[in-house]
Ligand binder design. Structure first.
Ligand code: UDX
Length: 436
């Protein structure tokens, strides 16, 4: 008999995991406390934008394997329960807020059947899994608990779930590993590396990976600062060091830095947890990684001021991009939106364009002006800032845009535009980390 699965929390991670597991042939129930989200998902509609997930979700709903509910009792039949709820940054500090993880485990505890396996996928401070095990020993001794961190990138969520570059499972016994191998068999059969770890190591793998990625980005942004001071070009530098396979050329794109729902909060939560463990010195460098990242946003504003004026009240600035990265409608901790809001606070008239993120951006920053079309946004602009590297921005025709703006001035905050093309059309072109 095929295993039955439940997925608790149907946000970005959970909805993706539920649809992908269903596509592997499992019967899956997704549970979320948000009634409107459950209604949408039940109709095969995605409450957020993620390439490829919409069609997969619709297909799995119509073949009947995938259902959604607000009722935790619906998990009773499932053999494996995946915990996919959020762990946002706490309101009062750097630590992760574990309210939803703890609440979801408590909510399913009375319903889970004998021999079932609860599998945490949420990103948590190391030690959380053991804490939950201790709780379950009282509330649901019939169930076991394992940890299986996810590494999915927004924009590639389906690909990263169905063809991940590794599977990591934190288990305390062979039986739990056997169950997880059964769930992931089609993925393992593709040759995907399988790593068995203990619970704390599995929890740590996720935050260590995100810390490393954040470090790479802040490293290249630190080099950008030095290039600016020394008259160098960070894009050439990144290319040159990236050819060394020990360094690698990925995640060396200099610009306004990282944002999103993961990297910023994960490195902060990691520091907070290390401090609790008495290992704060080991992660002191992450404080600098965070500081370099936040400084990249400020440097962008400094370039605008240096080029226009300290007093921005007379200027119309157009921000291209609101999401934290392209191919996503996620604006959580978006560097682009943060810069837009800071420029507006400094007195500039700011107009924001984004192909997918206008509605979520408007919810966070209702006072910014938004335009659905680039050609409408840029009318009368004194400066254009390219802050999220959507493909459509690379395809803009500088001559067409040049006829609409007041001043042909563009700053590339992502180092992705073809500056020769813009300059050939008569534009002043600046980029972070490049002095010429
Ligand atoms: C990240 C991890 O990549 C993923 O493995 C983890 O599971 C969740 O967190 P995601 O948040 O989707 O995924 O975004 P990612 O592609 O890592 O980009 C994060 C941020 O870094 C974006 O704001 C992006 O613009 C920025 N970035 C990325 C750079 O500034 N430069 C780079 O070279 C790469």
């Amino acid at each position: 008999m095929a295993l039955k699965l439940s997925v608790i929390g149907c946000g970005y991670l959970g909805a993706t995991h539920a649809a992908c597991m269903s596509s592997l042939g499992f019967e899956v129930v997704g549970v979320d406390t948000d009634q409107s989200k459950v209604e949408m998902l039940s109709k095969g509609e995605l409450p957020f934008y993620e390439p490829g997930l919409d069609t997969l979700l619709a297909a799995e709903i119509s073949n009947g394997r995938l259902t959604f509910s607000t009722d935790f009792a619906t998990v009773a039949d499932a053999d494996v329960h995946f915990i996919c709820v959020g762990t946002p940054q706490s309101k009062d500090g750097l630590a992760a807020d574990l309210t939803y993880v703890k609440a979801s485990v408590s909510a399913i505890a009375p319903h889970v059947k004998e021999g079932s396996l609860i599998v945490g996928k949420s990103t948590v401070p190391v030690g959380t899994a053991q804490l939950l095990r201790d709780q379950l020993a009282i509330s649901a001794p019939q169930a076991d608990l394992a940890w299986n961190p996810e590494f999915l990138r927004e924009g590639f969520a389906v690909e990263d779930t169905l063809t991940p570059n590794r599977l990591v499972v934190g288990v305390t016994n062979d039986r739990a590993e056997v169950i997880l191998k059964e769930v992931y068999k089609p993925i393992i059969d593709l040759g995907t590396p399988w790593i068995r770890a203990d619970l704390p190591t599995a929890e740590l793998v996720k935050v260590a990976a995100n810390s490393f990625l954040a470090t790479k980005i802040s490293f290249i942004n630190a080099m950008a600062e030095v290039c600016e001071a020394a008259g160098g070009d960070v894009t050439v530098l990144a290319k040159a060091i990236g050819y060394d396979p020990r360094i690698g050329n990925r995640f060396l794109q200099a610009g306004i830095g990282f944002g999103g729902g993961c990297l910023p909060k994960d490195i902060r939560a990691f520091m907070a947890r290390a401090e609790e463990l008495g290992a704060n010195q080991a992660l002191e460098f992450l404080r600098e990684i965070d500081a370099i990242n936040i400084r990249a946003r400020k440097r962008m504003i400094d370039v605008v001021r240096a080029d226009l004026s300290d007093d921005l009240t007379q200027y119309k600035i157009v921000v291209l991009g609101a999401t934290f990265k392209p191919d996503s409608d996620d604006v959580r901790d978006s560097p682009a939106l943060d810069i837009a809001a800071q420029l507006q606070a400094a007195g500039a008239t700011v107009v924001v364009h984004d192909p997918k993120g206008i509605e979520p951006a408007r919810k966070r920053f209702p006072n910014l002006d938004y335009q659905e079309k680039v050609v409408d946004a840029v009318k009368g602009a004194d400066a254009i800032l390219h802050l999220t590297e959507w493909k459509e921005y690379r395809e803009l025709d500088p001559s067409v845009i040049g006829q609409l703006v007041k001043s042909k001035f563009i700053i590339d905050g992502r180092n992705m535009l073809d500056r020769n093309k813009w300059r050939a059309a008569g534009w002043r072109f600046h980029a972070l980390g490049r002095t010429d």
